[in-house]
Design a protein around this ligand. Sequence first.
Ligand SMILES: *[C@@H]1O[C@H](CO)[C@@H](O)[C@H](O)[C@H]1NC(C)=O
Ligand SMILES: *[C@@H]1O[C@H](CO)[C@@H](O)[C@H](O)[C@H]1NC(C)=O
Length: 401
Amino acid sequence: MPPKLISPLFPWLIFLTLVFIFLYSSLLPFHSSFSSSRPPSNKIRTFSPCDFFKGRWILDPSRKPMYDETCPFHRNAWNCLRNKRDNMDRINSWKWVPATCDLPRIDPFRFLGMMRNRNIGFVGDSLNENFLASFLCILRVADVGAKKWKKKGAWRGAYFPKFNVTVAYHRAVLLAKYEWQPKDPSVGEQDGLEGIYRVDVDTPADDWAHIADFYDVLIFNSGHWWGSDKFPKEKPLVFYHAGQQIHPPLEMLDGFKVVVENMVSYIRKHLPHKTLKFWRLQSPRHFYGGEWNENGSCLFNDPLEELQLDLWFDPRNNGVNKEARVLNQMIGDTLKGTDIQLLDLTYLSEFRADAHPATWLGRKDAVEIWGQDCMHWCLPGVPDTWVDIVSELIRIGLETG
Ligand SMILES: *[C@@H]1O[C@H](CO)[C@@H](O)[C@H](O)[C@H]1NC(C)=O
Ligand SMILES: *[C@@H]1O[C@H](CO)[C@@H](O)[C@H](O)[C@H]1NC(C)=O
């Protein structure tokens, strides 16, 4: 470089360096408060319930699950420790950090103490059963005498004798009552129709209709069965209202909306106001490269990046996992103005492509028969974070309710 150029440039370089140092050091305090997950004060939380649903996952290698493969409330296909799923340490090292507050981990002793003589019910499909299994294994830490409980039409559950608390799941995949009606053999050929599933949109399924007053907290969900793999066109859903078939016949998604509307109005009319009610939004699926029966897979080592989420889940991108946000929109619209709280666990779960049982299902031929499981969640795993959130919301609900 010719010497004459150095002199005019040099002061500028020094100046720019100083500017840079000044900017950097003035940004530093903000930066360090961002990277700390501690809130300024724990007390604020009680008075302004925090939005637990927006935030990010950060890696915290010191984080450990609260239970292991020996918990008696596991379901085999989700017991990823027993099934020796790869990466389980890392899956359970991610910590969900809400953007504006701290999410405390559930303290099962304190929680069951608070719930003494009260009961919690889950109603819906196997994703709520997945949620329940996590809840039971965590609560059992505080009461190893927990016993299996299957009364009042419950599919499964547990009773915690030290605290006189029951937590159970009622299987009702569509929430509304539905039944198989084979085709009348005297009717001729109709495009391969084998029969119909009659759905009474205004009638709750027997599995939960009569249990409502037993529970102090109820957590509903539905969504994973509303697809043509469960109800193909040879065995379609046909919707009835007040005992009469709805005309013109509803498409599956319109039927979903009408069922949600009717179930919400049933809940509001027939369940005590003091019952804490939640509606859990969709648990996202992570089939990559095809549906479950098209070799779709979820062999990911890490959560997705935020920028990838729309690609996977925005319906406009028409990917294989697009239905969750569509259904959520309908549920959200229907629940506005009701006393049923939205449990919006979708966004935080959308990241976790790494945390499904995938090929580790506990049976050699399982993948061949059912494909990978990129829908349910490994336990311990993501539903443990759902438990942290719902237990906080229950605490807040009981304290302020
Ligand atoms: C246990 O809780 C139920 C309410 O779920 C209550 O009716 C019953 O009296 C309680 N039993 C005892 C021994 O406190
Ligand atoms: C899935 O993979 C198997 C084995 O590689 C292959 O035979 C089959 O055609 C694939 N199915 C689809 C729908 O891609």
